[in-house]
Design a protein around this ligand. Structure first.
Ligand code: THU
Length: 159
């Protein structure tokens, strides 16, 4: 028997101004997208923004449905739109943020398992790491790639 440990490294910023302008703008785009989310059931609005290899930004938000499994998270709304319209463009980073009923960000937002799996597919499609910025109430987290969010994952290399 061998016991093993997986460690992930990430960076925490206490102020958005600590980030380069391009990444600040990505987070601002996610914040803007969150405002347009359709979340009449959870009242939890989420915005996501993708930084593409040509420096363009594509955003999306959660889209809920009376039949709850039909709804989509912000991350997948943005990812699928990007992949559908720009199948050749690499995605360099994704920023995610939230807005609760009172207009506050979550203390600890975290992409769900489905979105992690979906982001992993995009990352592997282009063989290039996708950085994740999580815009929480009191800090911003920068996670270097999707494997860090989904260790021991199932992927095309598992088959
Ligand atoms: N949600 C997202 O859009 N992204 C996340 O990272 C977490 C959860 C959405 C799904 C649902 O519309 C609402 O937040 C509450 O779960």
């Amino acid at each position: 028997m061998i016991k093993k440990t997986i460690e992930i490294g990430y960076t925490e910023y206490s102020d958005i101004k600590e980030l380069p302008e391009k990444q600040q703008n990505l987070i601002f785009a996610a914040r803007k997208a969150a405002k347009n989310a359709y979340a009449p059931y959870s009242h939890f609005k989420v915005g996501a923004a993708l930084l593409m290899e040509d420096n363009s930004v594509i955003s999306g938000n959660n889209q809920e449905n009376a039949s709850s499994p039909v709804g989509s998270c912000a991350e997948r709304t943005a990812l699928y739109w990007a992949n559908a319209n720009f199948p050749e463009k690499k995605i360099l980073a994704i920023a995610v943020t939230s807005l609760d009923k009172g207009g506050k960000k979550a203390k600890h937002l975290s992409p769900c398992g489905l979105c992690r799996q979906s982001m992993l597919e995009s990352q592997q499609r282009f063989s290039s790491p996708i950085k994740v910025f999580i815009d929480n109430r009191d800090h911003i987290l920068e996670i270097p790639d999707i494997e860090s969010l989904l260790p021991l994952s199932f992927s095309n290399t598992s088959m």
